[in-house]
Design a protein around this ligand. Structure first.
Ligand code: SF4
Length: 353
């Protein structure tokens, strides 16, 4: 039995034609799956009854089950989704005024081993299929807490999206497809730890989603300590790929920088950051480290956080301090994926432009 949501529209059209039905049935089914978010073929009333029975025999609709929904005091919701082979993956929904962001996972666990990240400690179990990526959105939308409200998507949950390249790109096509989930690419952000070859490839997919780089250090020594991927793709190579990334007009790359006390939060680090981002259309998200069980890293003092930001401001670099959300339900940065946008702009601090 296949999961129908693993299929891109053109693949579904082919399958449907092989079953002796016209290709347009695929577009009808797509609407039911993504726009009506239906769970059953029997609900698809514009599909002939006999063919609905055939579909039921061949395909399953949902790839995931909702295992748990945990509501945080701050309004964010952590979803635990069960996979067919017994794993649990996580997504976090973060309401913020009129913006409702879902932080989506791309893998079960992660092989990148970033020192500050709880997911990294799990190691990689497996890649998520396109349907499992898309279903995090479909199932969250059905939740009584979410009530269909998802305006933005960030691929910053468990896993390194670009390490699951083909499935992520296939999922993006379904998510942005007119007959699919209809998200504008402008409202989607993909975050990577810095897999340079895949980053370059992504630039040529024509997806036009926003790009975030989990940077976290300004020297190879510190970055390799925090993020082993840097040993393979050092800063110089990563930043070159960023400068050459075909950005749409007026777009900037977001550089995520987790501030860790005594590791990467000094004024010299801030000055280096200014230096290495010269010539790059960039903005910086500063994320004070969110301690989780089993880590020795600490959050910097408020004074150090503000001093770091001030240096970036003085050098005309946009820098926003983002605070974690959902800490009480284990949904915050580092409790899930490192740079998960279970974050919120800190309104106490002004933003330079
Ligand atoms: S920070 Fe991201 S890339 Fe690094 S180990 Fe965690 S999930 Fe993987």
């Amino acid at each position: 039995m296949q999961y129908i949501k693993n299929l891109k529209l053109e693949d579904l059209e082919q399958e449907i034609q092989q079953l002796g039905e016209p290709a347009f049935r695929a577009r009808q089914i797509y609407k039911w799956l993504y726009q009506k978010n239906t769970t059953n073929f029997s609900d698809m009333t514009d599909i002939p009854g006999k063919f609905r029975v055939t579909l039921e025999k061949l395909f399953r609709v949902d790839t995931l089950d909702v295992t748990k929904e945990l509501k945080s005091r701050d309004g964010s919701v952590k979803f635990l989704f069960g996979t067919h082979d017994g794993y649990v993956i996580e997504s976090v929904w973060i309401p913020d005024d009129t913006r409702y962001t879902l932080c989506v996972s791309s893998q079960v666990g992660c092989a990148m081993g970033c020192a500050f990240c709880a997911t990294g400690k799990m190691g990689l179990k497996r890649n998520l299929q396109p349907g499992e990526i898309v279903d995090q959105i479909c199932l969250a939308k059905r939740s009584k807490l979410v009530k269909n409200r998802i305006t933005n998507l960030v691929f910053m949950g468990m896993g390194e999206p670009l390490a699951n390249y083909e499935n992520i790109v296939a999922a993006m096509r379904i998510i942005t497809e007119n007959l699919g989930l209809q998200f504008s690419p402008r409202r989607i952000t993909l975050s990577t730890a810095g897999l340079v070859p895949q980053l370059r490839k992504l630039g040529h997919e024509g997806l036009r989603v926003n790009l975030a780089i989990s940077l976290n250090a300004t020297t190879d020594e510190t970055r390799s300590f925090l993020m082993p991927v840097n040993r393979k793709y050092p800063l110089k190579e990563l930043l070159k790929a960023c400068r050459e990334f075909p950005l749409p007009r007026r777009k900037r790359i977001t550089f995520e920088y987790i501030l860790i006390d005594g590791i990467n939060d000094s004024p010299d680090d801030a000055k280096n950051l200014v230096e290495i981002l010269k010539g790059q259309r960039a903005k910086v998200n500063l994320i004070p480290f969110n301690p989780h069980p089993g880590t020795e890293f600490r959050r910097p003092s408020e004074k150090n956080i503000l001093r770091f930001q001030e240096i970036l401001f003085e050098n005309h670099l946009t820098a926003i301090i983002r605070e974690s959300r959902g800490e009480d339900v284990g949904a915050a940065c580092g409790q899930l994926g490192s740079s998960c946008f279970a974050q919120k702009e800190d309104k106490r601090i002004s933003v330079a432009n």
